[in-house]
Design a protein around this ligand. Structure first.
Ligand code: SAM
Length: 248
């Protein structure tokens, strides 16, 4: 099994990955970010949506939202959150390498470093191709991730995050001359410890821009946070936006 197919990783470490603080922050960003202000009623695809941290506030904004994820168990949790919030979103179990809905969306989002998971670089490109194919002319793709530049100022000694009833120790290791990284997570609760790890490509802005352009995106722009600040020394993340041509 490849690491991203392991549901235990995503659900076991939910307290960190899908924390209430992340939900609060995502809801704030969706209502305030100039990068996420789309025309009313836009059709939005949330690629690799997980438990709906972004899907739910996007639907609450009135966007016609579809969330796609590999794990039906995470989508079931997203459905409960949608019901509690009294919003509707289509939730589809599919692999991002395979899910394509030609011309069906105005916006495709890929949030919170949900990109670069596949060992074969061609499969990562396929995720971008599927986003491109799924966009209507003049549509846009936004990918939000920890890039090489932002990761460099973050990686270092292991970090400890408190979770209800315990803590998670996170250690990052840079691999293959900054081509990929491995994150090892150990969750400690009482006398038990559970370990998981993931290995992911890490891209510079230049590398990701080349991939966007390779699959056909135009007007590719980078931002350093959700307030739309430039992607420079003050960037906390890489947010890349590319457009599909009007006449595509
Ligand atoms: C870091 S989480 C981010 C989830 C969500 N975007 C968010 O902001 O909370 C990455 C997500 O990618 C999903 N995923 C992993 N591999 C996938 C694949 N091959 N196809 C679709 N989703 C996948 C996982 O199930 C997980 O929900």
């Amino acid at each position: 099994m490849d690491w991203y197919e392991d549901l235990n990783l995503w659900s076991g470490f939910s307290a960190v990955l899908f924390s209430p603080e992340r939900e609060r922050r995502a809801a704030e960003v969706v209502t305030t970010s100039p990068l996420l202000a789309f025309p009313a009623g836009s059709r939005v695809l949330d690629q690799c949506c997980g438990v709906g941290v972004y899907t739910v506030p996007l639907a609450a904004q009135g966007y016609r939202t579809t969330g796609v994820d590999l794990h039906s168990e995470l989508l079931e949790r997203a459905a409960v959150v949608c019901a509690d919030a009294k919003v509707e979103a289509a939730l589809v179990q599919a692999d991002a390498r395979e899910y394509v809905a030609p011309g069906a969306f105005d916006v495709v989002l890929n949030m919170y470093t949900s990109f670069g998971y596949f060992e074969d670089p061609e499969e990562n490109l396929q995720v971008l191709r599927n986003a491109y194919e799924s966009l209507a002319p003049d549509g846009q793709l936004i990918v939000d991730l920890l890039s090489k530049e932002t990761y460099a100022s973050w990686v270092g000694p292991p970090k400890i995050v408190d979770i209800p009833g315990g803590m998670v120790v996170m250690r990052d290791t840079i691999l293959d001359d900054w081509t990929r990284y491995r994150t090892d997570w150990t969750m400690v609760r009482g006398n038990t410890a559970e370990h998981s790890s993931l290995t992911c490509y890490v891209y510079s802005a230049r590398e990701l821009r080349d991939m966007f352009q390779q699959v056909g995106f135009e007007e590719v722009e980078c931002f350093g946070d959700w307030d739309g600040r430039p992607y420079d020394g003050g960037a906390t993340r890489l947010i890349m936006r590319g457009k599909k041509a009007r006449t595509a």
